[in-house]
Design a protein around this ligand. Structure first.
Ligand SMILES: Nc1nc2c(ncn2[C@@H]2O[C@H](COP(=O)(O)OP(=O)(O)OP(=O)(O)O)[C@@H](O)[C@H]2O)c(=O)[nH]1
Ligand SMILES: [Mg+2]
Ligand SMILES: [Zn+2]
Length: 358
């Protein structure tokens, strides 16, 4: 059933998850784009537009996003998304530093391709931050160093790849040039199964890569004269595209920064060699500062672990703990409000029972 959705990743497991909605006469579809309370959904009957108003108000995590599988009423006017199926993976960042809320960027992603432009100086800290979010989402991260044609010296290029590799254990690092086609085969092979999302700063060349993978100019790319400029974002919505040779790709608008949102596991995965070393520290709760018998400091001192890595690890861990603490406080405050409301309701109910005279 719904085999027309296969190019978008529909499978047995989604069909099972959808069964109760099918029984209600609803139509399955995948969200290919969201803008201002509405979304485009590919269904077996073609692309339909629907309102996303079913969402729980004020909870940005419960908002439909690109990549979601949804149940939509077939002929409503207006047409509503009734529910989204439980997400296999979700890419979440924290929205702002003032209000610690998660913002969901893409759902049901298998490969997170972090695009990093070689036209700019490498910022390993930023790469690590993107990777923490990618790992935390449940997707397998990959780094694509874009515009490799701008680094014509192969030795220099190899060094740059190596630098990123040491900052990304367990993550494949590819140098690609959409202009010359270098390295694209590997990316095509990777994106050929499951769903991939392109992430990275504005101007990194995500949409240019998307066009190369699709084999047609489906996404607008920035005018050549504005390469890596601080100009406007060229892509403004998250777009899901079915690739001609299989696989699904989500192109996203450039992210200026990505704040961590409850990403301790992700941070741990980005710095897995440090967590491994920490197993050799004398104290279980070693902070790797001045403690005796610290295996991490020892590795830094004998040049095995770059000091920069340790500092970056500390920074991201601290930031994450701060976000988590803040979030907990917010959740606690909400619970308290809830309790107060329930208490007030309970008292009102009691008054009603006893009658207005008490
Ligand atoms: N030299 C070179 N330039 C490239 C390559 N890929 C992309 N560019 C240029 O980089 C600029 C930005 O490309 P886009 O694909 O629009 O970047 P983006 O990451 O989608 O940017 P946003 O949509 O704003 O997030 C364009 O001017 C491209 O022509 C490449 O492989 N080599
Ligand atoms: Mg773009
Ligand atoms: Zn230690």
């Amino acid at each position: 059933m719904f085999s027309a959705l296969a190019p978008y990743g529909w499978d047995e497991a989604w069909a099972d998850a959808f069964a109760p909605y099918a029984a209600d006469g609803l139509l399955p579809g995948r969200v290919v784009r969201v803008d201002r309370g509405q979304c485009d959904i590919v269904t077996a009957d073609g692309t339909v537009r629907a309102d996303t108003e079913f969402v729980v108000p004020r909870d940005p995590m419960k908002v439909v996003c690109t990549g979601d599988w949804v149940a939509v009423d077939p002929d409503g006017d207006p047409r509503y998304v009734r529910a989204y199926l439980p997400r296999r993976t979700a890419f979440v960042r924290s929205t702002s530093s003032k209000r610690s809320e998660g913002q969901i960027l893409a759902a049901n992603v298998d490969h997170a391709v972090v695009a990093v432009s070689l036209a700019l100086e490498l910022d390993l800290g930023r790469v690590e931050r993107f990777l923490a979010l990618a790992w935390e989402s449940g997707a397998q991260p990959v780094v694509a160093l874009t515009k490799a044609d701008l680094v014509p010296d192969p030795v220099t290029l190899a060094h740059l790849v190596q630098d990123v590799e040491t900052s990304a254990p367990g993550v494949p690092v590819l140098a690609v040039s959409a202009l010359h086609g270098d390295g694209l085969d590997t990316l095509v092979a990777l994106a050929g199964s499951g769903t991939s999302v392109l992430l990275g700063q504005s101007g990194a060349g995500k949409s240019t890569l998307a066009n190369a993978l699709v084999g047609a100019d489906v996404m607008d790319v920035r005018a050549a004269r504005d390469v890596d400029g601080k100009g406007r974002h060229t892509t403004t919505t998250r777009n899901l595209l079915a690739l001609p040779s299989g696989g699904v790709l989500i192109d996203t608008p450039g992210l200026r920064g990505v704040g961590l949102f409850d990403a301790e596991t992700g941070v741990g995965q980005v710095f897995s060699e440090i967590e491994e070393l920490a197993g050799g520290c004398r104290f279980h709760d070693c902070a790797h500062e001045t403690e005796p018998g610290c295996a991490v400091r020892f590795a830094v001192e004998n040049g095995e672990l770059p000091e920069r890595r340790l500092e970056s690890y500390r920074k991201l861990m601290r930031e994450n703990q701060w976000i988590v603490a803040k979030t907990d406080a917010r959740v606690r405050a909400e619970l308290r409000r809830d309790w107060k409301r329930k208490g007030a309701e309970g008292r009102a109910a009691m008054r009603a029972k006893r009658g207005p005279w008490t």
